[in-house]
Design a protein around this ligand. Sequence first.
Ligand code: ADP
Length: 649
Amino acid sequence: MNYFIRALREAAKSWPLLAAALLCSAGVAALWGANIAALFPIIEVTLKGDSLQSWNERRILEAQGRITEATAAIPVLEKTLADGALDPDTAKKTRNRLDTIKLSLRGDQAVVYSGERLTPWIDRFLPRDPFQTVLLVVAFVVISTFVKHVMLMGSTLLVSWVAMTISRNIRLKVFDKALALDRAQFMKWGSAGFMAQVTSTSDMLAGGITAVYGGAVTEPLKILTCLGFAFMVSWQLTLACLTLAPLVGFLMVWLNRRIRNVSKNILARSKGFHHVLLEALNNVLTVQAYTMEGFERQRFRTCTGDMMRTGMWHSFYHALANPITEILGIGMVATSIAVGAWLVINQQTKIFGITMTDQPMTVPGVMIFFGFLIGASDPVRKLSGVITGLNIGMVGAQALYPLLDTPSKLTEALHPRPVPSPHREIRLEGVSFSYDGIDTVLRDVNVSIGFGERVAIVGPNGGGKSTLVNVICRFYDPTTGRVLLDGVPLTEVAVHDLRRRIAMVTQQTELFNESIHYNIRYGRWDATDEEIEAAARQAYAHEFISEFPEGYRTMVGPNGFRLSGGQRQRIALARAFLRNAEILVLDEATSQIDVDSERLIHAALSAYVANRTVIMITHRASTLALADSIIEVDHGVVTKRLVQKQQAA
Ligand code: ADP
């Protein structure tokens, strides 16, 4: 609930729009009641062929007549009672009669008071002719219905706008989080987790907010307006009609608990669904190569089937909310019909000894009372949808906010320290690292890499080479020890400052589904076309790019699938060259490039690497030839040795 309140508070920042929406809602509710109230004069006038003026005058006269009678009767009855000559039974009856007369007197006085106040208004604005009065009331109903719908549309659009803005803001935040989180935390949620959050969860939360600001105010307002009018007719009768309310309230609480549980289930399944979908589509080649289509199809069928079953339960409970609230609505109307009819037919004011009305009810009086109750029962029904929406929103908020609140383990220094550019040295002091807190991947590493040095990192698979590079680039912080850039711990250097010094090419090249030009330019967005071409030439990519009919504008396809592995690597290299960074990290960056091209790239590299630090993870002897020193990583143990220059030559 707390999380949902937070979401509501965030939505409340758009308060001018919400206030306008609420104003529209209040107008809708008032007109809702007023439309029903307007029926009263129609019924009065058409049934009796009367005009409102004469109806009002007659009402005042009748009330005045009753007041005169009552004022005369009260002292007589009081005197009779005061004499004390009556037997207890008659005395009780007389006292009851006296009470009833006094109650009626008060009611009549109210009728006279309100009638007299109404007279000038009715005289001024309403015609005397009964038919014209009906026409006027009908016109009022039509116009007010039109205004009501304009307001309703206004309120719906305003609330939708706020809800969509919120939904978009949430999506932006989830996306920002995905980009800002450190790798370990990112992997915990996974792409599927983020996808589910960006799609379903955001929608759930936005739906909840719309329900609250759209209906949680309008519908109760409508109910209150109608019940308020009904109270004015007879508060006792209104209360009598609400006897079913506690039972319905109890059922609604139970139902909401079920809906919340089902919504949580849907969320969990949505994550699984995205997971299966993304995996199968991202690895579609493997799926096809190993003829596992049937298996994947089954997996997808199972998870969509699960979703469907949970969705059906959701629909069931959602649908159940309608009859439950309808019970309250129909119960109210049925009670009022039964009680009202009894009072009218028997011309009574009491039922089971409880006074229901000040005076015996008239047929139009009962009808208008029914009207108000029917008017209240429709929003009661709609309220069930609002409550369901609210519950779903609460579940959405509960799933979303913990993710948004997850802090990145890579904390930004409050007061980042400057490091000269270019730096002089990268030093690892007593660095140990473990991904899971159990297996130590790097053990007490102490190495230093000077600026301009070309370092080759070698060692067996799984030895910890990539981990070492990840720690140097601060994708992870060491478990113990520290990494220093010119004596400043990386934790005290702004992450952005560190990353802008690094250009990286990994074994799994990541390309965007855009043009080659776009992908190279990604290294430095303000680069000119000439610089992009120069970088491509350095990476020996220009030749094959020029052979494409569309040259640099050739689209590479999702993750560059239209290119060969070697071509992809060359584009990634060009991107890194374009960045012109002071630290170049190559993680098996030429592994898929043919030997001849690689030789040429190395020639380019040896020119390029002057005046920058190059860290290369490699198994290839040809790459080793470029290195000034070799760092060997074996089962987390790191040793560094210099390469004899003659050997390198
Ligand atoms: P290399 O690059 O030398 O092949 P890595 O640095 O990639 O080796 O991996 C070193 C060890 O750390 C391996 O045993 C690997 O299983 C483990 N490892 C790598 N990445 C992760 C990760 N994200 N979570 C948990 N363990 C990992």
